[in-house]
Design a protein around this ligand. Structure first.
Ligand SMILES: Cc1ncc(COP(=O)(O)O)c(C=O)c1O
Length: 387
């Protein structure tokens, strides 16, 4: 049994979430529930593996062991029933860097790339910062649930788009896309020669009643047009180690991606990141099962607390991730006032929904990857500020 209730002071540990509070919110007197890492200790089998290598005391240029790809293949097969091949697997020092490299590798300046807002904000940045054009296939929000606007997706795909960046599971709205939804995405993209980059970084944190389906696993045709990005960073709380695996079944696309990786000279990776990722996938199954159970308890308790005590706020029930998308529109505040209210009155640091693009106004994203006692303290602050 792992202890997810332990309170660990992260301030002063070079933590973005804690040590940038003053810079981001103008005060460090708040509970930080924004950037997506968790307040749980990294599991001991990972710190032990890093510690063992640390004792060697020489940290020269290093390569990933053959066990790295094996651990990825094993994990995807046992956790997600997806059979991958050794050749398909390549590397990136993080998923967002991979998204940017994929944009460079698979498209040209001026090309159109589809995203589905409200969505993880760097999706747009990797497009615009590389001089490509984002096409916004906005999600439909109806009765507290999000779905894909397939008519609009068809139009956007048919307008010469080169790529769709899919978020599966979706951050921030918490959807785990179902088989029929993924099939429809694949059908539209194949018909219109649109490649699909499926960011599946949240795939291991899926709640009971839902099952993550890798986009590439739904058919050989989908596999051919796909790139899948995964990482142990969210699942095992090791985002600071910047290591991820990129799975590209098509040899041509993989060659183009690897050429960018080589040009940037970032292919070897970080010795500790490589060891941590391999170890996590080799030994992490039980830990993830316990973590998901804990997160699921957190989300159920948070959701029922809000429904009972702060019914003005609508909870979009997440099917995955430790991120909760909250609809504050009933409070009738503009976004600036809402953030100000949360920071100064409730003393809470959430992510402002606006950063996720159209559809984000009036919403906030709450990170519940923390001990239950902290989550409940935060919700009480929210209730006390509102009543
Ligand atoms: C959908 C998604 N992709 C990528 C990332 C970040 O990945 P990395 O830290 O590996 O760049 C996040 C972090 O929140 C995310 O939610």
């Amino acid at each position: 049994m792992y202890n997810f209730d332990e309170l660990i002071d992260r301030s002063g540990s070079h933590s973005v979430k804690y040590d940038l509070r003053e810079q981001i919110f103008g005060t460090d007197d708040l509970i930080p529930m924004w950037v997506a890492d968790m307040d749980f200790r990294t599991p001991p089998f990972i710190t032990e593996a890093i510690g063992k290598r640390l004792k060697h005391e020489i940290f020269g240029y290093s390569v990933r062991s053959s066990g790295f790809n094996e651990s990825v293949i094993q994990w995807l097969q046992s956790r997600h029933q997806w059979i991958t091949e050794n050749d398909w697997i390549t590397y990136s020092p993080g998923v967002v860097p991979a998204l940017s490299m994929l944009v460079l590798a698979l498209t040209s300046p001026g090309d159109k790339i589809i995203i589905q807002p409200p969505v993880y904000h760097p999706f747009k940045h990797v497009i615009t910062n590389n001089d490509r054009l984002p096409l916004l296939n906005r999600l439909i929000y109806s009765e507290g649930r999000y779905s894909i606007d397939f008519d609009d997706l068809k139009k956007k795909a048919g307008s010469g788009a080169k790529l769709l960046i899919l978020c599966n599971p979706h951050n921030p709205v918490g959807r785990v896309w179902k088989n029929d939804e993924l099939n429809e995405i694949a059908r539209i993209c194949i018909e219109n020669n649109v490649l699909v980059v499926s960011d599946e970084i949240h795939c291991d944190l899926v709640f009971p009643g839902n099952r993550h389906i890798p986009f590439a696993s739904i058919s050989p045709e989908a596999s051919e047009i796909s790139v899948t990005t995964i990482s142990t960073s969210k699942t095992f709380n090791i985002a600071g180690l910047h290591t991820s695996a990129i799975i590209i079944p098509d040899a041509g696309m993989r060659g183009k991606y690897n050429a960018v990786l080589d040009t940037l000279h970032v292919g070897y990776g970080n010795i500790f990141g490589n060891i941590a990722m391999e170890t996590a996938y080799k030994y992490g199954s039980d830990w993830v099962d316990e973590l998901v159970e804990y997160l699921y308890k957190n989300v159920r308790l948070a959701s029922s607390f809000i429904k009972q005590n702060i019914p003005e706020i609508l909870v979009i029930e997440p099917e995955a991730t430790y991120l909760m998308w909250l609809d504050f529109q009933n409070l009738g505040m503009n976004d600036k006032d809402l953030v100000n209210f949360l920071v100064t009155k409730a003393k809470l640091g959430f992510n402002d929904g606006c950063i996720f693009g159209p559809g984000g106004s009036g919403f906030q994203r709450l990170n519940f990857g923390c001990p239950l006692s902290v989550l409940m303290q935060a919700l009480e602050r929210l209730r006390n500020a509102i009543i």
